[in-house]
Design a protein around this ligand. Structure first.
Ligand SMILES: C[S@@+](CC[C@H](N)C(=O)[O-])C[C@H]1O[C@@H](n2cnc3c(N)ncnc32)[C@H](O)[C@@H]1O
Length: 222
């Protein structure tokens, strides 16, 4: 999906991907990573995800990257958090203040982002980000993560597998083999959970799916 389409989705409120609660897989699996509480966590393609609040409440510094300014503003205002805006060349930076100190949203194209703009990172969190991208963009996405993350950085990836003849993405179906092939060069991949069944569908039931599989991986930069 092109940038303009994502901007239009935010303008028109087509936000079927947004979850009104913190993701249960994040709550279930993140604590076992035993990251230092002051870890810096990259959240690529972050939308206005409440998962960033969970990471912040765990004590982490959160660096979200998101195309849409509407999403960035909504994240702070809907959670009654104060922030300041600053232009930094190719991006805008929304920096949380007060209770939101430690949350930075970089508003712009992830693919234009440089490591100097995120600062040092220790971890990442991807829910509905890799699977938001069409097949031809996924390798570029992984290469960008690889360029931003140092050796040893670890991340949680939540991905979906379904019959693509039943629904057009996003979210796209990304097979286990594809996940492993995409990350193979610079990361290790450990599948830590797999679940399936109609109860996982949520709003996707309305788009023609009758079942799907959810996969959770721990991904570590080598
Ligand atoms: C499917 S949504 C997922 C958002 C979030 N991860 C969540 O769980 O709610 C994908 C988001 O990526 C953003 N996005 C798409 N392409 C992007 C890019 N190249 N750079 C930054 N953000 C992008 C979209 O605006 C959208 O908010």
């Amino acid at each position: 999906m092109k940038a303009e389409k994502w901007h239009a989705n935010w303008r028109d409120g087509r936000l079927g991907f947004h979850q009104k609660k913190v993701n249960s897989r994040l709550e279930q699996f993140w604590p076992a990573f035993e990251l230092p509480s002051d870890a810096s966590v990259l959240v690529p393609l972050c939308g206005k995800s409440l998962d960033m609040l969970y990471l912040h409440q765990a004590g982490h510094r959160v660096i979200g990257v998101e195309l849409s300014e509407i999403a960035g503003e909504a994240f702070f205002s809907e959670n009654q958090l104060a922030f300041e805006k600053r232009d930094t060349g190719n991006l805008q930076e929304f920096t949380g203040v007060g209770d939101a100190a430690g949350i930075r949203l970089l508003i712009g194209d992830l693919f234009a982002l440089e490591a100097s703009q995120t600062g040092p990172l220790t971890a990442f969190y991807d829910r509905a980000s890799l699977i938001a991208l069409p097949a031809e963009m996924r390798q570029r996405y992984i290469a960008k993560l690889s360029s931003l993350l140092p050796a040893g950085a670890t991340g949680l990836l939540i991905s979906l597998i379904y019959d693509p003849s039943k629904m057009n993405g996003p979210p796209f179906s990304v097979s286990d083999d594809e996940v492993r092939a995409l990350f193979n060069a610079d990361f290790t991949v450990q599948q830590i959970d797999s679940s399936s069944g109609p109860e996982r569908l949520g709003n996707l039931a309305d788009r023609g799916l009758d079942t799907m599989e959810e996969r959770v991986y721990r991904i570590t930069r080598v």
